[in-house]
Design a protein around this ligand. Sequence first.
Ligand SMILES: [Fe+2]
Ligand SMILES: [Fe+2]
Length: 268
Amino acid sequence: MSHPLTIRRPAFDFDGVSFHWHPSPALSAIGNATSFGAVAFERMVVHAVRESLPLIEDAELHDEAKAFIAQEAVHSAAHRSHARALVEAHPELGGTQDRVDALCEELFGGRSLKARLGFAAVLEGVLPAVARHMIETRDTLFEGADPRVSALLIWHFCEEIEHEATAVRLFQHLYPGSWRAARIPLALKFVAKFTRLMEREFSEHAPARQRRDRWAHDPEWRRIGRLVRRTALSPWPVYDPEEERMPEWARGYLARVAEGDDPVAAMG
Ligand SMILES: [Fe+2]
Ligand SMILES: [Fe+2]
């Protein structure tokens, strides 16, 4: 069932944001990598969905796809401002965004629309489980962290729950009978290559070295491991994309942001 999407444009100010925005080195690195990655990933998704617009024969789904594009474009812009603030604070990261963009181009540049939309449906399908985990554990997950980056992630992932089913519905509408799970190898390749690239970028250019052997001792990994197990099934046909219900807290939070409340203050 289709539903209208609200386009919220929260104002973030990341001036002076630190690379170490979180007490956990692993979560600092993951949050920062999310911003560099979201800029490139969401641009690719926006282009693919825009390309598919003339092919959509259902008026309601067509409107929803346009709203989806608008939401993702706002996500991309917010993460870009975070990434730029990081580069301003740490000029050594000045080439990172270009290298992430180049990786996306290398992986998706020559792919068919079906492959790109299938890939988008797989990753979009995983994000709501991540979002739910984030929302449910927000008090401890973001303890001691810069609330601006916490709010950026919370707002973005609340909206990921909101529009998750759009990418899946779009794929099923255009390619009925096809499995989005067929793109799992491409999704895994993207995640592996992106993780390796960010590890290299942060090891070589971050203010304090973010090596994997340091991450390995971070207690956050145990929680992340549980989350990975929860998300592993999401791209398969047994998983209903409507399954990740929007938690009450997230519904209230998005309503406050839509009314123009400050996205950081609205977290409290
Ligand atoms: Fe997004
Ligand atoms: Fe999304």
